[in-house]
Design a protein around this ligand. Structure first.
Ligand code: ATP
Length: 270
């Protein structure tokens, strides 16, 4: 909703177990979990602690899920905000929201700030984004940079950003001491799709002809979010037919439907 531009959650239950595949990304982000669990252990040795990590990859690949899992694993509060919420905002509000967000996160540190669609704020300055006031966006970006520079690692707040457009980001965001770690979150390969199916098939009552290997082979190019949709949709198809279990054919129908939806979406973009 518009009234609530950021949310804080102290009790994230998501853990790495909920994130299927993405082994490389999980390994890279594990360091942040270790730091958040025990900041003193790191600072005592004078080590350089990351301030921010940027998750880069296509939509629906689990970037938000992964960021939440970091909070869940480390048992720290999770503050989140979406860059696209800023697009329609009044002058001056963006910067003050960013200030408030950092203030809240610092009060509850160690903590995580997650900024989804950070490209909506962090587009290179001076380039139009065709969506509302550019000055306002620049003020918001400048405030974000100020906040990230202003807190030392002793504040124990880690900022995780997510984007599928790292190419348009202002280079200032990627400087050391800001988002100095870039973690790639790619579309899943066959084996990863199998693992994602396993997660999302768990709550379903399955027919005997359903095989994970087969489903993974039917879904090249699908994201984790697409796979989650396939599983939901298959259950709906089966329910409509008054079935007791979800069968292979229901999954095939669901896959067709999702592919239809994806094709429509890409036509609109063109
Ligand atoms: P966007 O760029 O559109 O914000 P995202 O990369 O943040 O997408 P998520 O919001 O994390 O994607 O994923 C949406 C949903 O898809 C998740 O809540 C989860 O149900 C499912 N999903 C995506 N990736 C995975 C994964 N690797 N393992 C398990 N489930 C996944």
């Amino acid at each position: 909703s518009k009234a609530k531009l950021f949310e804080g959650d102290d009790h994230i239950k998501t853990t790495f177990k909920d994130v299927a595949g993405l082994e490389g990304a999980k390994e890279e982000i594990e360091e942040i979990v270790e730091f958040l669990k025990n900041p003193d252990k790191f600072t005592k040795l004078g080590g350089k602690i990351p301030k921010g990590a940027l998750l880069v990859g296509p939509p629906g690949t689990g970037k938000t899920l992964l960021a939440k899992a970091v909070a869940g694993e480390a048992k720290v509060p999770f503050f989140s905000l979406s860059g696209s919420d800023f697009v329609e905002m009044f002058v001056g509000v963006g910067a003050s929201r960013v200030r408030d967000l950092f203030k809240n996160a610092k009060e509850k540190s160690p903590s995580i700030i997650f900024i989804d669609e950070i490209d909506a704020i962090g587009r290179a300055r001076g380039k139009s984004n065709f969506t509302g006031s550019n000055d306002e966006r620049e003020n918001t970006l400048n405030q974000l940079l100020t906040e990230m520079d202003g807190f030392g690692t002793e504040s124990n707040v880690i900022v995780i950003g997510a984007t599928n457009r790292s190419d348009v980001l202002d280079k200032a965001l990627l400087r050391p001491g800001r988002f100095d770690r870039i973690i790639q979150v790619d579309l899943p390969e066959l084996n990863e799709r199998k693992e994602i199916f396993q997660v999302h098939l768990r709550p379903l009552k399955l027919g005997e002809d359903v095989e994970v290997e087969f489903l993974a082979k039917q879904t090249p190019g699908f994201s984790g979010a697409d796979i989650s949709n396939v599983c939901n949709e298959a259950a709906l198809v089966a329910a409509r037919k008054n079935k007791e279990v979800v069968e292979k054919q229901d999954f095939l129908d669901a896959v067709d439907r999702i592919i239809g939806g994806l094709e429509k979406k890409s036509k609109v973009i063109k």
